[in-house]
Write a protein that binds this ligand. Structure first.
Ligand code: CUA
Length: 260
């Protein structure tokens, strides 16, 4: 709700801005989340930033105090204290305790990412040198053929107005929103990695092995990602585009694909 309201306000005051589902120039923050997992990742990042800030301030303060007290000009006769059991126990136990606190949200997120919740759709994606291919084997047409297609990057000279350079593909992966999707990731030749920042997914594509991950997209949109494992000369030119549509649009897309 808050996300919707804030994005609405952003779009009203800055019409060129929308939800950010692709990388932007000079971006340092996250892209906007579209899955509960990505929201969890961003929340964990914020939790960790709290600890990082407190620790940084404390360590900086302690270093400055140390420099001050051992400065020859201001303190020619510094304290001769060099050992102290109590302080050593404190500075060993406190960081361990902080790590234990951090472990709680971190592990819960880790196990949430690993969870596959009774998926309604299974999509297999294969990394090739240098493009992705997608297989929707849940559906068969009259000739017992499932849906399978390749997804190539659109070269710069063929781009139309509004299409993103090095990110747009000819055939997008289409999935419905508010549906549990199982994604099976593998590769046909060398290592690739199927990664989409807004969806909070980065899954290695390994030849001869099936990796599994799950996907639950909360809003319609077009999500851009890139291969994230150095896979050869065109590694930078095999982007990923996921188009999340309503269930009815997905069904008509599937029936069109089956009739092709
Ligand atoms: Cu495929 Cu890098």
């Amino acid at each position: 709700m808050l996300l919707k309201l804030s994005s609405l306000l952003l779009i009203i005051f800055f019409p060129t801005l929308g939800l950010s589902d692709a990388a932007e120039n000079w971006q340092i923050g996250f892209q906007d989340p579209a899955t509960p997992i990505m929201e969890g990742i961003i929340n964990l990042h914020h939790d960790l930033m709290f600890f990082i800030c407190v620790i940084s301030v404390f360590v900086t303060w302690m270093l400055s105090r140390t420099l001050w007290h051992f400065n020859f000009e201001f303190n020619p006769n510094p304290s001769s204290l060099s050992h102290g059991t109590l302080i050593e126990i404190i500075w060993t136990v406190t960081p361990a305790f902080i790590l234990l606190i951090i472990a709680v949200p971190s592990f819960s997120l880790l196990y949430a990412m690993d969870e596959i919740i009774s998926p309604a759709i299974t999509i297999k994606t294969l990394g090739h040198q240098w493009y992705w291919s997608y297989e929707y084997s849940d559906y068969l047409n009259e000739d017992n053929e499932s849906i399978a297609f390749d997804s190539y990057m659109i070269p710069e000279e063929d781009l139309k107005n509004g299409q993103l350079r090095l990110l747009e593909v000819d055939n997008r992966m289409v999935i419905p929103i508010n549906t549990h999707v199982r994604l099976i990731v593998s590769a046909a030749d060398v290592l690739h990695s199927w990664a989409v920042p807004s969806l909070g997914i980065k899954c290695d594509a390994i030849p001869g092995r099936l990796n599994q991950t799950s996907l639950f997209i909360k809003r319609e949109g077009i999500y851009y990602g890139q291969c994230s494992e150095i896979c050869g000369i065109n590694h930078g030119f095999m982007p990923i585009v996921v188009e999340a549509v309503s269930l009815s649009n997905y069904i008509s897309w599937i029936s069109n694909k089956l009739n092709e």
